[in-house]
Design a protein around this ligand. Structure first.
Ligand SMILES: CCCC(=O)SCCNC(=O)CCNC(=O)[C@H](O)C(C)(C)COP(=O)(O)OP(=O)(O)OC[C@H]1O[C@@H](n2cnc3c(N)ncnc32)[C@H](O)[C@@H]1OP(=O)(O)O
Ligand SMILES: Nc1ncnc2c1ncn2[C@@H]1O[C@H](COP(=O)(O)OP(=O)(O)OP(=O)(O)O)[C@@H](O)[C@H]1O
Ligand SMILES: O=C(O)CCC(=O)C(=O)O
Ligand SMILES: [Fe+2]
Ligand SMILES: [Mg+2]
Length: 335
């Protein structure tokens, strides 16, 4: 970032919000004038980590990619932990193993369906280390503040498409799954565990959609089938510009829970891996989703809990989150 921008940032931090514009001099003594709109910086905090350009990018687009954030060594360790789970050498409590709806052969276990993702790895110490990495948390703090909960953990192992396009993830907003607010105090960290391209199904985002509202979600009408709980935004404007986020091993994208995103099919023979965690401020609060568009996902979670644990109404949707959430920094307040 330029010196002038640095100085502008310093000015902005001490500015009376009622002022309409600021003037600063650049290094050659010329006066530059910038319009200051306080609401433009509603999504990020200043902790001297994100540059002003990166903050403005997130404010405008709803995501920011940080190159080479997680080390290759750590990623190799996460991969090892994932393989141990696939080989059934370990079975952390609460872990959900999901197999692709169309695939019958696994990467590691013959005669088993391929693991397409594991979810809720909070009791696997090696995998959960990802959620506590200081290099990740320092960025998370820029979005949610100092008291941080790790709410939702996944390792996605997008399989080679079996020919039915079921390896796609429909366009969606993650907030659809979350009964907690405020929305701006939630952020996802998603780290590429290898080189991820359009070929193997990179993340696809609709920049700027984080400024909208939560939309109605349901299963897309795809001929080849859709994975359980992979709801998509019901009406989205197909003309909206898309950004295909091609990333290298270790690159990490932070994105807002209203940002519409998905991923395309994996047209390679390898399994495309990414590890992610959704963080929320520990000051967030639970909401009741009854009579909202989120009722349909609440009902599906209830059915799965019933099938898996034999519980019916004993556990509320909010409780399933309170049980899985883990404090990773500061103080646990209301989540
Ligand atoms: C920000 C958040 C974004 C997201 O989290 S989006 C995705 C959220 N996904 C999830 O929460 C994962 C949901 N998955 C699950 O709960 C389980 O994997 C699932 C689908 C219940 C299967 O559980 P298991 O009991 O381990 O599997 P099973 O082999 O006994 O099958 C039971 C019945 O489920 C079916 N099934 C299995 N995998 C599926 C799939 N991928 N898509 C759709 N249906 C699937 C399977 O055919 C079987 O059906 P049936 O009982 O024979 O009629
Ligand atoms: N009808 C739909 N409803 C919801 N999501 C969709 C629909 N059709 C496609 N998508 C999703 O839109 C996203 C972007 O698809 P797009 O075709 O732009 O990318 P891709 O398939 O990754 O790349 P490429 O165009 O190179 O094949 C993917 O997440 C895909 O799953
Ligand atoms: O890794 C991917 O394909 C995206 C997964 C995703 O967006 C999700 O599970 O919510
Ligand atoms: Fe998502
Ligand atoms: Mg496509």
């Amino acid at each position: 970032m330029s010196r002038a921008a640095d100085r502008l940032k310093a000015v902005l931090n001490h500015l009376d919000p009622s002022l309409a514009c600021v003037r600063a001099s650049n290094t050659s003594g010329q006066t530059i004038t910038h319009t200051y709109q306080p609401h433009n910086l509603r999504y990020t905090n200043d902790n001297d980590l994100l540059s002003l350009d990166q903050r403005l990018f997130y404010e405008k687009n709803g995501f920011v990619v940080i190159k080479n954030l997680v080390s290759k060594e750590d990623i190799d360790r996460f991969r090892g932990a994932f393989e141990r789970i696939c080989r059934r050498e370990v079975s952390p409590p609460g872990l959900l193993v999901m197999r692709d709806v169309a695939i019958a052969n696994s990467e590691f276990v013959p005669d088993q369906k391929a693991v397409t993702k594991i979810q809720d790895y909070q009791e696997d110490p090696e995998l959960f280390r990802y959620c506590t990495l200081p290099e990740v948390l320092q960025y998370v703090e820029c979005f949610v503040g100092e008291d941080i909960m790790a709410m939702h953990t996944m390792l996605i192992n997008k399989p080679p498409d079996a020919g039915k396009k079921t390896s796609r993830h429909p366009l969606h907003q993650d907030l659809h799954y979350f009964p907690f607010r405020p929305v701006d105090k939630i952020v996802c960290a998603w780290t590429a565990m290898e080189r991820i391209t359009r070929q193997n199904g990179c993340l696809v985002v609709l920049p700027g959609t984080h400024t909208g509202t939560l939309k109605e979600h349901d299963y897309p009408e795809w001929e080849g089938g859709v994975n359980k709980m992979y709801h998509g935004v019901r009406d989205f404007d197909p003309e909206l510009p898309r950004a295909h986020l091609e990333m290298e091993k270790g690159d990490t994208v932070f994105f807002h829970p209203l940002l519409i995103h998905g991923s395309g099919m994996n047209q390679t023979t390898g399994f495309r891996k990414a590890i992610s965690c959704h963080y929320a401020s520990a000051h967030c609060f639970y909401i009741d989703v009854k009579d909202t568009t989120q009722e349909n996902i609440e009902e599906e979670v209830r059915q799965i809990a019933e099938r898996k644990y034999g519980v019916t109404d004993a556990i509320r949707f909010q409780d399933t989150w309170a049980l899985r959430g883990r404090l990773v920094k500061g103080e646990r307040v209301s989540l």
